[in-house]
Each structure stands twice: as C-alpha cells, then as structure tokens.
Design a protein around this ligand. Structure first.
Ligand code: HEC
Length: 94
C-alpha cells in the first residue's frame, strides 16, 4: 500500500513538472526562434521587450486583454498557470 502511494506521488510530480515548462517550440513558428520576428506582422518584437511586459502580456491574453489578435494568443497560453508564464517570461526578452 505504501509503495502504491509513493508511486502515485512520484507520477504526480513528474506530470506537474512536465506542465510547468512553457513549450516554446509552439511559439517559434510565428515569433521566430530568437523571438526577433513580429508574429504575423502584428506583434511587437518579443526579444526587445522587458520581462515584466512579456509576463503582463501573456497573463493578459488569458483574460482577453491585449491587441487585436489577443484571441489567437489566448489559445497559446490559456493552458499555463500565471506562475508558469511568469517563470517563462524571465527566460525571453531582456
Ligand atoms: C500563430 C502565431 C502565433 C503563435 C504560435 C504564438 N504567437 Fe505570440 N503573438 C502572435 C500575435 C499575432 C501577437 C499579437 C497579439 C495582439 O494583437 O495582442 C502575439 C503576441 C505575443 C506577445 C506580446 C507581444 C505584443 O505584441 O505585445 C508575447 C509575449 C507572445 N506573443 C508570446 C508567445 C508565446 C510564449 C507563444 C508560445 C507559447 C506564442 N506567442 C505563440 C502570434 C503568435
């Protein structure tokens, strides 16, 4: 019984650490591998944005805030928690 409980905890931990990482591979097609493209000719160049602005933009899209194409970005980020988006924002931009 104890073993089963421990195994489920390990499995749970593995699942949540998988979810924690924002899958940047899903973003590069529009934003460029180094975040230097204006996605679909519309977005700001994410590489030039401060981390805080990126975090605010990503969390904003989840609650329908943003530019004219915010609906598209909502689909990209709605599966992530605010904490995951905050952590990811620190890894891109400047
Ligand atoms: C299908 C193309 C596409 C994909 C895929 C995509 N984006 Fe975007 N992104 C856009 C567009 C278009 C905008 C501008 C939206 C608006 O009008 O606010 C944008 C805006 C942004 C912004 C804010 C920049 C600004 O203009 O204020 C950030 C940050 C961002 N995207 C990050 C991401 C991340 C992270 C992913 C992957 C999880 C991603 N994007 C995937 C097209 C895309």
């Amino acid at each position: 019984m104890k073993k089963i409980v421990i195994a489920s905890i390990v499995a749970l931990a593995a699942t949540s650490s998988l979810m924690a990482a924002v899958n940047a591979a899903a973003c590069v097609g529009c934003h460029g591998a180094d975040w230097s493209k204006a996605a679909l000719g519309k977005s700001k160049i994410v590489a030039t944005l401060p981390h805080a602005e990126i975090a605010a933009a990503l969390k904003g899209y989840k609650v329908d805030k943003g530019g004219p194409m915010k609906g598209l970005m909502k689909g990209q980020v709605s599966k992530y928690s605010d904490a995951e988006l905050d952590a990811f924002a620190l890894t891109i931009g400047k």
